[in-house]
Design a protein around this ligand. Structure first.
Ligand SMILES: [Zn+2]
Length: 396
């Protein structure tokens, strides 16, 4: 850790590696600069965190042929639901907390739409330190139950995510606890996401896909994927940043060809994980937009209905149970395959960022195959039901 420093992505100012959340000179995003420590030595340093629950090295699963209305043959799912608390946030929190404990932190604070908060609460429990988790009051109940189960102080904040974000800044100041909010605020957390790029590179036989589709709030995962592939040299994948139509500040700036991202109003979408209006940290969105453009990629918005049908295609078609945000990547990939913007034969990786257990409400509204039978009912009622689903029964 000795060769490490923090560097401002806007003005280039350099700081010693301590707990620091923004550039003193310009307010810019800080990134970890590891100096000469790159490649395998760097990765080895990162994959042995002190506070771990076994995060990372998630499976890369190819879409089942015929399971998708269009495309499919060259489409993969990076199944981040398999992380310990059920989302990719475990990667950031493990690294951010490991670093913070080395700097002497006695507790953590996290503003979250749910997943980062659940992750922070889990890792705080693992480390034996207190956690203060601030979430928008309309966060899915399963996510709030998970946070509370890990023993954290759950704070429901009125209104959208940016209100929770602002309060976390104040609470970190007041308590001296580390702020592990998973925007670009904690450079050590973002830095750990490079491993996503490294894993994909290895899982695809030391190569880059044509596209990586990333559900995007403020965008640290975009940065991690780009940086991870940059570490490996060679071609960068195009990033397809996905937002929900009801909360799409980065997509709006992309489509308007704007230089900067401006904040969104009130978010309106079932995809809670990317329901981030960026109020007060618009520069995070601008930084992410620049990264997307640098890869020759795109930013695209999907509707809640497109997300619902992607959730069904993932669960019933591929055995992957994702929350709405986790399925938004597949929704976007299908949209661009249909429009021809993703060309036939291009290799596409969809990041499936969060588990379906985190938001049962949306699944409860979906049609399912379900029957109720009397005790002792003949088994033929089952073959009839199967026939109704288009499956033949019997020993033929
Ligand atoms: Zn700066």
């Amino acid at each position: 850790m000795n060769t490490m420093s923090l560097c401002c992505v806007s003005c280039g100012a350099n700081y010693p590696a301590t707990l620091r959340y923004a550039c003193d000179a310009c307010g810019g995003i800080l990134e970890v600069d590891r100096g000469a420590e790159t490649g395998e030595a760097w990765a080895a340093g990162l994959v042995s965190p002190a506070v771990t629950l076994g995060e990372g090295w998630t499976p890369l699963l190819q879409a089942r042929p015929g399971s998708l209305a269009s495309g499919g043959g060259m489409l993969w799912f990076k199944d981040e639901t398999r992380n310990p608390s059920g989302s990719f946030k475990d990667r950031l929190v493990s690294a951010a907390l490991t670093t913070a404990l080395a700097f002497g932190s006695k507790g953590l604070v996290c503003a979250s739409s749910g997943n980062a908060g659940a992750s922070a609460a889990a890792y705080a429990a693992r480390a034996g330190i207190p956690a203060v988790i601030l979430v928008p009051e309309r966060t899915p109940t399963e996510k709030m139950a998970q946070i509370a189960a890990y023993g954290a102080l759950l704070v429901k904040v009125e209104g959208h995510y940016s209100n929770s974000y602002a309060m976390a800044l104040a609470v970190a100041q007041e308590t001296g606890f580390v702020n592990v909010t998973t925007t670009f605020i904690n450079p050590y957390g973002t830095d750990a996401l490079r491993l996503v790029g490294h894993e994909l590179h290895a899982q695809l036989g030391d190569s880059a896909p044509d596209w990586v589709v990333v559900p995007t709030g403020s965008g640290p995962l975009v940065k991690g994927v780009v940086q991870g592939f940059a570490d490996k040299g060679g071609r960068l994948p195009k990033i397809l940043a996905v937002q929900a139509e009801g909360c799409a500040p980065i997509v709006r700036a992309f489509e308007d060809n704007a230089a900067a991202v401006s904040a969104w109003g009130e978010p309106k979408t079932i995809a809670s994980g990317i329901s981030d209006p960026l109020i007060g940290y618009e520069r995070d969105g601008t930084y992410t937009l620049d990264l997307v453009r640098r890869t020759g990629g795109k930013a695209v918005a999907v509707t809640d209905d497109q997300i619902r049908s992607a959730m069904r295609a993932l669960a019933a078609g591929n055995g992957i149970f994702a929350e709405p945000t986790g399925a938004s990547s597949l929704a976007a990939a299908l949209k661009l395959i249909e429009s021809g913007e993703i060309a036939a034969g291009e290799r596409v990786v969809c990041m499936v960022t969060g588990h379906g257990f985190k938001d049962f409400g949306i699944y409860r509204q979906m049609p399912v195959h379900e029957i109720r039978v009397e005790a002792g009912a003949p088994a033929s009622v089952i073959t009839q039901a199967l026939a109704g689903m288009g499956h033949s029964g019997g020993n033929d």
